[in-house]
Design a protein around this ligand. Structure first.
Ligand code: PRP
Ligand code: MN
Ligand code: MG
Length: 181
């Protein structure tokens, strides 16, 4: 359809709500890391929007790196197999790392990443996830900063895709089942 609104059933989190939440969490992070150098690691591709907006809301100098991992492919369910598509450019040994993610769904991607980063000898590794689906968790992930807990529905927008589409929507919205069924 030419009109994307027919592909979504409901807006869950608006652009304005996202902006307010990012400001709030950015203030906490700036305070928590006041005495540390901080490396933000964005998880491509879903985290592009949250990384762009969150890093600019932070009143602190940071460095940034990116890791591309994928477990969903073209489906709506995690395959459980996390693949590195692009590794970090930075050596994180001894660094304070904050992983920036768009969403924790099953938790498989982040639990895998946390183990991977711990093995590289980071001084600390914490997580900021804009969205979390508490009822979909297959593994527990310690997430220090959470934007919004949302119901177990397939959501798109603000970086989140279905088969690479809808990432450029400004809000987070529920994808209409007719799109993927
Ligand atoms: C999505 C999302 C998270 C992950 C969350 O990424 O961006 O990274 O899945 O799901 P989980 O908690 O069940 O592991 P995806 O694998 O779709 O890659 P993408 O970011 O490139 O869209
Ligand atoms: Mn992702
Ligand atoms: Mg995806």
């Amino acid at each position: 359809a030419a009109d994307v609104s027919s592909d979504i059933t409901e807006v869950l989190v608006t652009e304005e709500e996202i902006r307010a939440k990012l400001d709030e969490i950015a203030a906490r992070v700036a305070e928590d890391y006041a005495d540390e150098d901080l490396l933000l690691v964005g998880v491509l591709k879903g985290a592009i929007m949250v990384m762009a907006d969150f890093s600019r809301a932070l009143k602190k100098h940071v460095t940034m790196d990116w890791m591309a991992v994928s477990s969903y492919g073209a489906g709506t369910k995690s395959s459980g197999v996390v693949q590195i598509r692009k590794d970090l450019d930075t050596d994180i040994l001894g660094k304070h790392v904050l992983i920036v993610e768009d969403i924790i769904d099953s938790g498989l991607t982040l639990s895998w990443l946390l183990e991977n980063f711990a093995a590289r000898g980071a001084a600390s590794v914490e997580v900021f996830a804009l969205l979390r689906k508490p009822e979909a968790a297959k593994v527990e992930v310690h997430c220090r900063y959470v934007g919004f807990d949302i119901p177990t529905e397939f959501v798109v927008g603000y970086g989140l895709d279905y088969a690479e589409k809808y990432r450029n929507l400004r809000d987070v919205a529920v994808l209409a089942p007719h799109v993927y069924s």
